[in-house]
Design a protein around this ligand. Structure first.
Ligand code: SAH
Length: 258
């Protein structure tokens, strides 16, 4: 996966690619990264990247010209106004924006299949609409809140996608995580057995695999019912729960209503 991040402050993103699991994925050639500084594409002496919005209103907007040049240097193709791109685009262009589609695990899975992503980070009051019309394939939101800039949102998207790439982390950990199968993850414990008077649940020390599996599934259902009943309803609508899970939802759901 090749990530290209277009930003006024690529150093924020650089740091992320230089540490921990991500640095390893880069050195193993699983992930590639290029930061593109929009300011390098502002051709006036002062490298101006923003101006006041037409029609008035608060704040400044990012100018389309430096953004367009930065995007093209990253391989993005300009659409003929209102139409399709002139040829097959190399990489999908994503603009991080509070008015985008809210980012989910399902979108992470879908985006992780791309060979490359060009991520465009806004600042100030955002960017000129014509950049969205001409270059952007998807507008993606980190969630229903307003950030001061797109870099943190881009990092969320990068982090959630690269870890799904083959060989970054093992497939078994991915299969058991929150959101997989519309359930949150079960609680987990490591050493010591007693911490601040709290004991690790007995069943986890028992070595009895079937009981452990059952206990974990119960906790998953219990937790998801309490914190994310919307995920339970959606899973039911899609018919993705197995019989055991459906029974647990009935039993634990009723207990909750009493
Ligand atoms: N005036 C805009 C907010 C601009 S915030 C509005 O009301 O919609 C400046 C930049 O931060 C945006 O261009 C975008 O890139 C980024 N940003 C802010 N909130 C975000 C969110 N929830 N998800 C993704 N990007 C966000």
């Amino acid at each position: 996966m090749q990530y290209t991040v277009i930003s006024l402050f690529p150093e924020i993103i650089d740091a992320y690619f230089a540490a921990s699991l991500m640095a390893k994925a880069v050195s193993r050639g699983i992930v590639g990264y290029r930061g593109v500084n929009i300011r390098d594409f502002a051709l006036d002496k002062r490298h101006t990247c923003d101006d006041a919005p037409y029609g008035g209103g608060p704040g400044m907007l990012m100018l389309p010209e430096p953004l367009g040049r930065a995007l093209e240097s990253a391989g993005a193709q300009r659409r003929i106004a209102g139409g399709e791109p002139p040829g097959p685009a190399k990489h999908r262009v994503v603009y991080l924006s509070p008015s985008g589609r809210p980012f989910t695990q399902a979108m992470a899975t879908e985006l992780a299949r791309e060979s490359g992503l060009i991520l465009l980070c806004g600042r100030y009051e955002g960017i000129d609409q014509r950049i969205i019309d001409l270059y952007v394939d998807d507008e993606v939101s980190a969630g229903d809140y307003v950030l001061s800039s797109g870099e943190v949102a881009a990092l969320i998207l990068i982090d959630a996608t690269y870890r799904l790439l083959e060989r970054v982390i093992n497939a078994e950990s991915l299969a058991e995580e929150s959101f997989t199968g519309n359930l949150l993850e079960y609680p987990q414990y490591t050493r010591p057995e007693i911490y601040a008077t709290l004991r690790v649940p007995e069943v986890l020390l028992s070595g009895h695999h079937e009981n452990i599996r059952r206990w974990r599934r119960e906790r998953q259902v219990e937790k998801t019912l309490a914190l994310r009943p919307d995920m339970i309803r959606q899973g039911e609508d899609r018919g993705i729960f197995d019989r055991e899970t459906r029974e647990l939802i009935n039993v634990l759901g009723e207990k909750k209503e009493v």
